[in-house]
Design a protein around this ligand. Structure first.
Ligand code: FAD
Ligand code: MLT
Ligand code: ZN
Length: 470
């Protein structure tokens, strides 16, 4: 009765809630408005939208049945993993043409992690398993899952596959896409496709697993994945350098890429970010006089990564640079904190416009001052904090000041990026935040092809309506 009342209040077909309850059990259909509301705002607090209820299936068959029921009722389905996505894709958006508010499908109960296969260096993980849980399982078997990001305690494998998450080790191992051996997913019509057999080579037509990577929940619900693991690197060294300009950083990174085989991260941030992080988190700055630009590099290996790193730097003129180095875990964690705590520190001063972009490495030196000027022109008095994965040409431009609905700064930055040969999304995806600008990075023909794929797999458009395609 409670479910039927909630469904009627929201204008839903009265029997959908009951149908879903019959699939997953009544306790796994959440319809109390205050509970539902706790799922409908994104991590940044910039995006929100109503859902009629939250459903939490525990296995692939239940996911498929939920999708089929929603499809038959012409009700949208919004898929949510850890809700750490930064482009609003995990919360409901506008969905013209569908019946009432969407169902929010949480993958939290799909959290199993299978035994680590040490013969193939692979593991099968449920879509709702967190990155941290997967990392722990891999390490316990002497291996490593090579993708790492600051949201590791909440971000899920399904969300990472859906967004093709990047993180800090792309420079060495590639992003999530490169770790996916195969995916299992429920499609919009309730059919299940499953490629969890672990074959590294399998040229039998369209690669549906890779098609789902980066599809942001618009083509299917990922329920599990077979993932590649890499050898655990016992030794790590982290060096933080203070430099004068972005151009000096990119020159150094270009050199290290060619000379340091153990290079596993190259991250950039700036004076204002360091000051904000220290203010927000109470960390002491690494040296007394702030530098204009900071470069954090990590090298890992089985032996002596510090020596390797110092040797690669020895023929460069970086003697004057302020530096801090760490080879023990607490020192390493401390140096990484200056970089990793940027996201939470920025959110503490307001609701940021998060513009995650890539440019050719050689253009970053020109882009950084240009984007600061452009932001000041369009949103005078706003705060721009920049950081990113400089080894990948990936800069996160965060602007605090303009209201959540004001898109002028988004337009200005993304147009500047496109004009310099960059991409409007490096690793966070398009979500609902950037659909309007997809045409800056994708041609009409490409968008038409993407639309054709979407229509073929999800003709009613029920999966993540309003996400990715304009
Ligand atoms: P959600 O936020 O729940 O969802 C993200 C998108 O994936 C949505 O469109 C959703 O509908 C879809 N989705 C989720 N699960 C599934 C599924 N099973 N099947 C189909 N679609 C699904 N990102 C990076 O790339 N690099 C970083 O370094 C990085 N660092 C971060 C640091 C912090 C502190 C935070 C808060 C975020 C960071 N992110 C980073 C962004 C975010 O963590 C990633 O995008 C992550 O992949 C999202 O995972 P999630 O489980 O939270 O997905
Ligand atoms: C990062 O690299 O810090 C993440 O992508 C998160 C962010 O951009 O805020
Ligand atoms: Zn990032």
């Amino acid at each position: 009765v409670v479910l039927r009342d909630a469904a009627q209040r929201q204008g839903a077909p009265t029997d959908l809630a009951e149908t879903l309850a019959a699939i997953v059990g009544t306790t796994q259909v959440l319809s109390d408005p205050s509970v539902v509301e706790s799922f409908t705002t994104d991590w940044t607090r910039r995006f929100q939208g109503p859902a009629r209820l939250v459903v939490r299936p525990a296995d692939t068959a239940a996911v498929a049945a939920v999708i089929k029921a929603c499809s038959e009722a012409r009700v949208g389905v919004v898929i949510q993993g850890g809700n750490t996505g930064l482009v609003g894709g995990s919360v409901p958006a506008a969905h013209p043409g569908l019946e009432g508010p969407p169902v929010l499908l949480s993958t939290s109960r799909l959290d199993s992690i299978g035994p680590v296969d040490t013969v193939a260096s692979q593991v099968t993980a449920g879509a709702g398993a967190t990155l941290a849980a997967l990392q722990r399982a891999a390490r316990a078997a002497g291996l490593e899952f090579p993708v790492d990001l600051g949201a590791r305690d909440s971000a899920t494998i399904g969300g990472m596959i859906a967004t093709n998450a990047g993180g800090v080790h792309v420079i060495r191992y590639g992003g999530t896409r490169a770790q996916v051996v195969g995916v299992e997913a429920a499609l919009a019509d309730g059919q299940v496709v499953s490629r969890l057999g672990g074959l590294v080579k399998d040229n039998t037509g369209y690669d549906l697993s890779q098609l789902l990577v980066g599809s942001e929940g618009t083509l299917g619900v990922v329920t599990a994945a077979r993932l590649r693991l890499v050898p655990h690197m016992a030794e790590r060294a982290v060096l933080l350098l203070g430099l004068a300009s972005t151009a000096a950083v990119t020159e150094l990174v270009a050199h290290l890429r060619g000379h340091l085989s153990g290079l596993s991260a190259a991250e950039i941030f700036y004076r204002e970010g360091m000051e904000l992080v220290c203010r927000h988190s109470g960390l002491t700055p690494p040296w007394p006089e702030a530098s204009e630009v900071y470069l954090l590099i990590e090298c890992s290996g089985r032996t002596s990564p510090l020596e390797e790193m110092l040797e690669a730097l020895s023929d460069l003129e970086v003697d004057d640079a302020a530096t801090a180095v760490a080879t023990d875990s607490s020192g390493i964690e401390r140096l990484w904190s200056y970089r990793e705590r940027h996201t939470e520190s920025v959110s503490a001063i307001g609701v940021p416009h998060k513009l995650d972009v890539t440019l050719p490495l050689g253009v970053l030196g020109e882009f950084e001052p240009a984007v600061r000027r452009r932001v000041e022109e369009v949103a005078p008095g706003s705060t721009a904090i920049l950081w990113g994965h400089v080894g990948d040409g990936n800069i996160h431009v965060n602007v605090v000041g303009p209201g959540p609905e004001d898109e002028r700064v988004d337009s200005a930055v993304l147009e500047l990026v496109a004009g310099l040969g960059g991409s409007i999304s490096a690793e966070h995806g398009i979500g609902r935040a950037k659909t309007a600008w997809l045409g800056l990075s994708r041609s009409e023909a490409e968008i038409a092809a993407m639309r054709a794929i979407k229509t073929a797999l999800d003709p009613e458009g029920i999966l993540n309506p309003g996400v990715l395609l304009p």
